[in-house]
Design a protein around this ligand. Sequence first.
Ligand code: NAP
Length: 458
Amino acid sequence: MSQVGTEAQPLRVAVVGAGPSGFYATEALLKSDVPVCVDLIERLPSPYGLVRSGVAPDHPKLKQAIEVYKKVAEREGFRLLGNVTVGEDVTPQELSECYHAVIYACGAETDRRLGIDGEDLPGSHTATEFVGWYNGHPDYRDREFDFSHETAVIIGQGNVAADVARILSKSVDELKHTDIAQHALDALAESRIRTIAVVGRRGPVQAKFTGKELREFLELENCQTLIDPAELELNEASAAELEDQKLGAVPRKNYESFQQMTPKEGKSRTCRMMFCRSPVEILGDARIECVVLERNELSGEPFSQRASGTGETEELECGLLFRSIGYRGVSIEGVPFYDSWGVIPNQAGRILEEQDGAVVPGLYTTGWIKRGPSGIIGTNRACAVETVGSLLEDLNSLPEDRGGTEALLALLQGRGTRVVEFSEWQKIDAEEVRLGEPKGKPREKFTRREEMLAVLES
Ligand code: NAP
């Protein structure tokens, strides 16, 4: 048997998950000097992961990352195997038997929980559900949100919370020429929400919004963003954080944006930034009626201040609540998983049997499922380069004699799985764009797998 990673026996890699981290891992492999074939396996018929179904519809610039992924797909050695679910259509064990190496790049698909009473009452949702719903993700297509009450509450002050708040704040006119799913646009058109409270457990200096995302709240057409000035008073450690450049200029710039959040005339909606409060209970009979917030105080050294409850509580009436306190990875049976952190245990991308355990030969990971849900889209590129570096260092010790694509396709064919290749995705893509044209939208997304597959049969 010739050496793996030569012209005679190209390295055969399966990358699981066609989101940003999967594409960046594929790119790093295909740009390496090693002869390699990469099969990018995706459970939906559509690629691009959170760039398609996570990035907010009113942030089209962030979606330009897709142009980079299209270039990756043009490279020799690339193949998309869409509509294939690892763990259902094929087991991780079978996948490992087909490829010299498998890279898990399946992201963080669920949300962290608050762990409070009432969290699962109707009307209390995760940000993931809402984001997936307005972005037309098939898994969330049929979720229902009740926009008939005046107040919505969002728990968390990161960029996902900002996206959710902005979508609730905007009018249909502001959204109708984006790629927002039509069912979401129709439901939001009926929205009676007038106040959106965005609640952080720590203070304005610790909020996780990035500068540009926060500044957008100053420019909303129909919504003013308000803060009680008393909430901008800082303790000594927060004032020190503001002066320090450890985190760059973001905390200072954010603080300046918060200072500008003052009443504006002629706005029909209000977004309210609230700090140093944690939800302790969600109340309601048949559905959510109000959230009980406890006032927090901050303590500790600058940059490691923690919030602890003061015992003082207040009730905030609301008809809708979104938990936006960070995503969490989901385990795949047969792939090691470190439940406490919601990630695959790994060392520089090499999957470990358990946290601090031995390396599993031929298994790698990258992206949010490797390091947790942090960073912007581009952060995943460096992360993938590290993982692929580890894989290529291991070239001489990878398992040999693997059938690659043909072996996997034979297995899937036997199971009746309808694999969607990249050229087929391009047909679906073109059809979405065509359907968007008369509405002045960049595309009208198909929101059901069957609709996408039907395009291929027609
Ligand atoms: P995030 O940035 O980590 O923010 C999570 C928020 O939840 C923080 O305010 C955090 O407060 C709070 N939180 C955590 N646990 C809590 C609890 N038990 N109770 C109350 N609050 C709690 O997460 P994210 O917003 O989900 O974003 C994930 C990543 O995607 C981030 O890196 C983000 O920048 C990125 N993203 C970027 C964009 C963009 O570039 N436009 C858009 C969306 C997402 P503490 O600080 O106190 O922990």
